[in-house]
Write a protein that binds this ligand. Structure first.
Ligand SMILES: Nc1nc2c(c(=O)[nH]1)N[C@H]1C(S)=C(S)[C@@H](COP(=O)(O)O)O[C@H]1N2
Ligand SMILES: [Mo]
Length: 380
């Protein structure tokens, strides 16, 4: 199905021209698939119902600090430079990179602020930032070259400790202050472990909104690590910092150090139902509930559902693929008896034993909402 031409709630085809202008996103953002927040677009979970394991490109959330740039791959270069190299700067063309040994990884990208809105809705706590519900996550099969391969070919020395990948999108200006281009330090150990410079998403060249011609994919880590429209990578013999590591993407507030907690890395354990918010379900008949759970810590091994506000839990059935840095899909047959408002809870555990808590740790910027979510349901 070509979703772009599906008729929308207001009865008009969701054409790109209608939805592109305010957000800086290139792909169509029809309202039945996305909730738009400024320059960002959140996937509606009910739109994933019936989809396979991977999030299709046209449903994948977009988080843009500014706007999607259109980059000419022919003229594009990826340059590695800095005192962590044995020699001078080294630039790679698109064809150079396509010609190197390729590697695929199935991994989620999730914004650190995914679930932020639930600090308010569920914990009565005020936080600032993009008011995502749970749709700032998607899983794709990324293909590209290992960052380790590029670092080796660029002549990284033993003295290198930190990298600074930087995007080619416009400078980010926050409250009148220019923070420069989007960039965030990446430890060399993670870079050498499993990071990919991806040029394909789900078997096709990266779409412009997701980083064409190449982006980083940093499996398991907060989305900000996965720099899109990659232009250069500083390789440094000294530790590096940027506003995305010192101010943003750290836990601030009561219970955290004055300068904030350490820069965020792996995301916690999360779950979501493939249902509208709120869901409307008929009483007296069985519904096959569907959902997905994921964790930056490793494979999800158990998912339980509660329909009595957490008093009792029953196991969901886990389906098929379980990539360690992806998610697992699950089902749960549910027959509501009484009409009225209620809630459904899903709670996952990963292979390290980490389980979703009852409450997420408050922080002023609303990162890391990993608590069990109460999905509102109206039984009719
Ligand atoms: N250059 C650049 N890279 C970026 C961003 C950006 O605005 N510019 N946003 C980051 C954030 S905060 C997230 S969550 C992910 C989102 O990736 P997606 O838009 O492909 O879903 O990209 C990251 N990489
Ligand atoms: Mo993000």
């Amino acid at each position: 199905m070509d979703r772009r031409f599906t008729t929308t709630e207001n009865g008009q085809g969701a054409r790109a021209e209608r939805t592109r202008a305010p957000s800086g996103v290139r792909k169509p953002l029809p309202p039945h698939l996305f909730a738009v927040h400024g320059t960002n677009a959140e996937t509606r979970w009910e739109a994933l119902r019936g989809e396979d394991y991977l999030t299709p490109d046209d449903l994948f959330f977009v988080r843009n600090h500014t706007a999607t740039p259109l980059i000419d791959a022919e003229r594009w270069r990826l340059t590695l430079w800095g005192d962590g190299l044995r020699g001078g700067p080294v630039s790679f063309t698109y064809d150079d990179i396509l010609g190197m040994p390729a590697e695929s990884v199935t991994a989620f990208i999730e914004c650190a602020g995914n679930g932020r809105r639930l600090y308010g809705e569920q914990q009565e706590q005020q936080v600032s930032g993009t008011p995502w519900r749970l749709g700032a996550v998607g899983v794709a099969r990324w293909r590209g070259v290992r960052l380790a391969t590029l670092l080796e070919r660029a002549g990284m020395s033993d003295r290198a400790v930190a990298l600074m990948p930087r995007g080619l999108d416009a400078d980010y200006v926050e409250a009148g202050e220019n923070l420069g281009r989007v960039r965030r330090p990446l430890p060399v150990a993670k870079a050498l472990d499993d990071v990919v410079v991806a040029y394909e998403m789900n078997g096709r060249p990266l779409p412009p909104d997701h980083g064409y011609p190449a982006r980083l994919v940093v499996p398991g880590w907060v989305g900000i690590a996965s720099i899109k429209w990659l232009g250069d990578i500083q390789v440094s013999a000294e530790p590096l910092e940027s506003p995305w590591s010192t101010r943003l993407y750290r836990m601030h507030g009561p219970g955290h150090p004055a300068e904030g907690g350490p820069p965020l890395t792996a995301v916690g354990v999360k779950s979501a139902f493939e249902l509208p918010w709120p869901a409307r379900l008929e009483a007296g008949r069985e519904h096959l509930l569907r959902g997905r759970s994921w964790s930056g810590g490793g494979r999800v091994v158990r998912v339980e559902i509660s329909d009595d506000e957490g008093a009792t839990w029953r196991p969901a059935r886990l389906l098929g693929d379980r990539h360690p840095r992806g998610w697992v899909r699950w089902t749960f047959p549910w027959t509501p008896r009484e009409t009225g408002e209620t809630g459904l809870l899903a709670r996952a555990a990963d292979e390290t034993g980490a389980v979703q808590p009852g409450r997420a740790a408050y922080n002023t910027l609303g990162y890391g909402f990993d608590a069990v979510v109460r999905h509102p349901v109206v039984v009719i």
